[in-house]
Design a protein around this ligand. Structure first.
Ligand code: MN
Length: 128
């Protein structure tokens, strides 16, 4: 058994390359879990969101704080609330982020393939 301690988490700014607005990421575990899975806590400040992207091996998201929104390519905006869990299939392009007036934190679990940053920033019109 291996235990990753929450006390060891280090929040780092996600940077502007793949995100709009201020986003903080801390790793829960990376690549040493069964199946090569990775997990991160991702905290979005109000108005912040990912760029369009996909996950070669899919993604599980569990919202643990606040209010946010997500959208699949050619799909409707979908609200996110604490306690919601999402399953994003392999290769499905999407984005996720906070509402304009709220923080949103989710736990992300991805497979070995991680994230494919294969899309542009989410426009203000798309964001709503
Ligand atoms: Mn994603």
């Amino acid at each position: 058994m291996k235990v990753h301690r929450g006390a060891d988490h280090v929040a780092t700014p996600a940077g502007e390359e793949h995100f709009t607005g201020r986003v903080w990421i801390s790793a829960n575990f990376e690549a040493d879990a069964p199946g090569g899975m990775n997990s991160h806590d991702v905290r979005f400040e109000p108005g912040a969101r990912t760029h369009w992207h996909s996950h070669p091996d899919g993604q599980t998201l569990i919202v643990i704080e606040g209010r946010g929104r997500t959208q699949v390519e050619r799909g409707e905006l979908t609200t996110l609330r604490a306690g919601d869990a999402l399953f994003v299939p392999s290769g499905e392009r999407h984005w996720h982020g906070a509402d304009p007036d709220a923080f949103m934190t989710h736990v992300s679990v991805t497979g070995e393939g991680g994230t494919a940053w294969d899309g542009p920033p989410v426009t203000d019109v798309e964001y709503g």
